[in-house]
Design a binder for this molecule. Sequence first.
Ligand SMILES: [Zn+2]
Length: 553
Amino acid sequence: MPGSRREFLYGLGVLTGSTLFAMEHSEPELILYNGNFWTVNSRRPRAQAVAISNSRFLAIGSNEEVLGLAAGNAKKIDLAGKTVLPGFIDAHSHPAEAGLSHLRMVDCDLRSIAEIQKALRERAAKTPAGEWVLGFKYDDTKTSEGRPLTLQDLDGAVPDHPVFVVHRGGHTAWTNSLALKLAKIDDKTPDPPGGKYDRDPATGHLTGHVREHGKDVFEKATPSKFTRDDHREGVKLISKMMTRTGITSVTDALGSPDGLRAYQDARELGQLSVRIYCHIYYMFMDQMLAAGVKTGLGDEWVKVGAQKMICDGSISERTARLSQPYIGRPDDFGIIVTSEEELYQQARKAHVAGWQLGTHANGDVGIDTTLRVYERLQKEMPRKDARYRFEHCTVVNDGLVQRIKALGGIPTPFSTYAYYHGEKMKEYGAERVNHMFALRSFIDAGIRPTQASDYPPGPFEPMMALQSEVTRTDMKGNVWGPQQKITLEEAIRVGTINGAYASYEENLKGSIEAGKLADLVVLGRDVFKEDPSNIINIPIERTMVGGTWVWEA
Ligand SMILES: [Zn+2]
């Protein structure tokens, strides 16, 4: 093999661990040429062409080098100079659940309470009296009335059906009177542990707004009967929605046995177009442990991820547990959902059994608590390369960042919040916002943070993530935490190779390299030449997963 070839085929044998593979499949099936490839591989950061065989990159190089490999049957596609990036990895999202919600619930991502009322009323008209009308993706800061939903709004829209509308963040919800009645909650009912039934401070009457564990009684009462087919249909729908934005891999951050099966069912029918790393919620762990399952089981399409636990509240709904109170609410420090000792017990069980751990931790107190649990486990039962995950890891300080670094931990901060939820950050104050979604701090400390939408709470479009991380500017032009801006090149690494690292797959995907899975996205315009405040408008022309186009505009 000539020297030049050796370089651009470099890695093939190493990555597959098999020379046979290289020999059997050394003829490309597909060649993409005339492209502007940003590979995220520091050995060869730019290229013009790639050859693909057996769902993996076979070679990366100049047009001349790669076209020279073409044999009889190779299909050749001229990319006409278009920019190509590795496929994006959304390292924290809720795809199976979001897919089901899109199938069954009213999408309340609307710009006025009147529109939300109309949408709920229309759904109620098609729903037998007495049955639940459910909504999701409601955002209290995005309606033109400039106030949150009320019990009266919901009673006015839908009097004869119980109504339960969940906030976009998923941690709080709004109900109507019939829903409260069916749940047997009245003005005298005490708040549940770890939750709240809000009351009007003047009258003491319930407002219909319920928080955290205050939602549980409603969630138990609402129909959760989904067939196996429903779950699969949900996965089919959401994976289509995601691939058209350039996402090729997703971590399900709160997976269940139903979800895990749905991903497999969809895959068997050719309906899964994104790769899944499926965390398992700790509540389901007994089943998993009894079956001998642990992190890493599966293949490059569906793989078992970490055990997922929850420490504190939410950022977008302002319930994250903070060391200093929320701005304008001097007595409100947010909510701890699971105590440190309880978290430790949950974590220990999975750690002993060989699982990666992922804990939802948003506020600085939540992150400190999670760190203490991980540090204790690592001391008592040290594990090499444990890659402890801090899901969200939003409000940090230098001390927390150093401890995460020392532990080899992985933060998955919200990627689209500065852009999309910027206005909610007022309640954190300008100083604190400079330490939130702290990509600059993480990268400077040598930590590998990921791109993460947390969809439904955050939009998942990777172009929005890049713009948000590079500009820290919301849709109205307000800047949130400018200290944490990162460069475009850094943001792309965060959205690709870092996501692969977070699931132990950095040798399999996350960059355009020989031997890696052929996952990529073709952009309509060169992101490096775009005005950073316009990245969100770059069209996604094509998305490829495993050598197959799963989206073509
Ligand atoms: Zn989440």
